[in-house]
Design a protein around this ligand. Structure first.
Ligand code: ADP
Length: 490
């Protein structure tokens, strides 16, 4: 690729701005303090300790959250076991499905409240929590409710049966959605649950606990406990747990795998990613540019399947990069609760520091940086959308997951070259291909080592389609028929 000169901000300003369109928070009811949801009730943590959850866009405290210690984890696992042995494990699938449908409908009814809290606690734009996270969470419950009484048809002649108690640990990038991905298939297959949300985004899981209590689900079928890594480790180490489902960093995934070696616990891991988004010369370029923007800047790049490595066929590189910069200039960064906002707040100060560290690493490695010239809020944790040009396979910014709005760009000439480069990475979660030619799509989708490959689109999710990775991106699938399997024995 031609070496770029020092990047100058492009001036694509239209001379006008959108008027603010903030979502109202009047209808949101948050408690000052949240306890642990165990056995159908909120109970105080045994150690009496709490931590703060804050709004990353304002840095203001939202609530105090209980820290579950080993004793509390034990209580939660026992509550789940009792519910499994006495009610849920024996309940016919058709009855289970009624409860799951009810949860789905209640999420729909309270969708606005959940969306606003998701954006307040996690920093993602309201447009995303409103249009993606919350409807998809409800859809996962709807979808799996439909399977609860059809397991014998899903796996004919295999006599599927439930496992028992599932410990589920989730991250902060899609808090309610990840809870739905984990809870819905576990319940549909007749298991009971102890779930822990991430420490920076516990609120929608706790709201879900209130909803589950109100739904009349038998006590102890779903327990939601809060805390940081120690709480998660205690869940993983508990001898009463039959199944562990974890979504988070590759480092913690490896720790979990080591710690359960030699036990009978079943495990699914959904870990990091560093997806290749590949644009061929024959692609619809404007559509592709929109897809790249969506693929990496969507949810501030806090997406394990984010299209964080862009590969452009050499002869269209200049035009794609120009269009990309042009589109970046129009992105609105700011208040997550404003309906016009494209890019909200980085989830935490620590995550912002990680992203800034990688931006510095990229500069030190000699890549050319381009950041859009948008205005930035004075308070809160924000990061400008960032491109790195002239990067190479050996750069750390190309190899390592940044989990922020940072895109690296490389060019390629042939299909063989781009497949080689795209696969030459420790991860294998997702990839994107943009081309007008169907045969090229089939060629690439079968040779890219990624669990999900999107063609002429990006970041599309549906409860019916499985999601999961290869290599250091983990194993096991969530979503679809495949998502039932990790919760069943045959
Ligand atoms: P991220 O980088 O996405 O925050 P983490 O892997 O650190 O990813 O966190 C994902 C989830 O795993 C969180 O709920 C966190 O509290 C939990 N967690 C962190 N450390 C451990 C551990 N050693 N064992 C189990 N769970 C953990």
């Amino acid at each position: 690729m031609k070496k770029n000169k020092t990047p100058k901000p492009l001036n694509f300003s239209t001379g006008w701005d959108y008027a603010p369109a903030p979502e109202s928070t009047d209808h949101i009811k948050l408690e000052k303090q949240y306890d642990l949801f165990i056995g159908g009730k909120f109970v105080k943590p045994s150690g009496g300790k709490y931590f703060d959850t804050i709004n990353p866009a304002t840095e203001k405290k939202l609530a105090s959250i209980a820290i579950a210690e080993t004793k509390d984890v034990d209580k939660a696992v026992q509550a789940a076991r009792k519910a499994y042995d006495t009610v849920w494990g024996k309940m016919p699938g058709a009855e289970r499905s009624k409860y799951i449908f009810r949860i789905a409908r209640m999420i729909q009814e309270r969708a606005r409240e959940f969306s606003v809290i998701e954006s307040m606690d996690g920093g993602k734009p309201i447009r995303e929590s409103r249009d993606i996270d919350i409807p998809l969470a409800a859809n996962h419950f709807f979808y799996y409710a439909g399977w609860a009484d059809k397991l014998n048809y899903a796996f004919p002649n295999r006599k599927p049966s439930s496992l028992g108690v599932a410990a589920q640990i989730i991250p902060w990038n899609f808090p309610l959605l990840m809870a739905a991905w984990k809870i819905a298939p576990a319940l549909a297959t007749g298991n009971t649950v102890v779930l822990k949300p991430a420490e920076t985004t516990p609120l929608t899981a706790l709201k879900l606990a209130e909803l589950i209590r109100d739904s009349g689900l038998p006590d102890g079928v779903v327990n939601i406990i809060t805390g940081a890594g120690n709480t998660g480790a205690a869940m993983v180490g508990h001898t009463g747990v039959d199944k562990i489902a974890f979504t988070g960093s590759t480092d913690v995934g490896k720790l979990i795998q080591k710690s359960i070696a030699g036990t009978n616990k079943k495990l699914t891991l959904e870990l990091g990613g560093k997806a290749a988004n590949i644009i061929f010369e024959d692609a619809p370029l404007d559509q592709a540019v929109e897809g790249i923007i969506n693929g990496i800047f969507f949810n501030q790049g806090h997406v394990c399947c984010a299209g964080s490595r862009l590969f452009i066929q050499e002869n269209v590189a200049d035009i794609v990069i120009r269009k990309l910069k042009q589109r970046m200039e129009t992105l609105i960064i700011g208040d997550p609760l404003d309906k016009n906002t494209d890019i909200g707040a980085i989830n935490s100060k620590e995550q912002l520091q990680t992203i800034l560290k990688y931006i510095q690493i990229g500069k030190n490695e000699g890549a050319d940086i381009y950041q859009s010239s948008c205005s930035m809020p004075a308070k809160g944790f924000f990061c400008k959308p960032t491109l790195f040009l002239n990067t190479s396979q050996s750069h750390r910014i190309v190899q390592e997951e940044i989990f922020g709005p940072v895109l690296t760009i490389q060019t390629f000439r042939t299909i063989e070259e781009v497949i080689e480069k795209a696969n030459n990475i420790p991860y294998g979660l997702s990839a994107g291909v943009w081309t007008d030619k169907g045969s090229k799509i089939f060629n690439l989708t079968s040779r890219l080592r990624a669990g999900v490959v999107w063609a002429n689109t990006y970041n599309k999710f549906d409860p019916t389609s499985p999601f999961g990775g290869y290599k250091e991106s983990g194993f096991g699938r969530e979503g679809g028929l495949h998502g039932l399997m990790p919760y069943l024995k045959f």
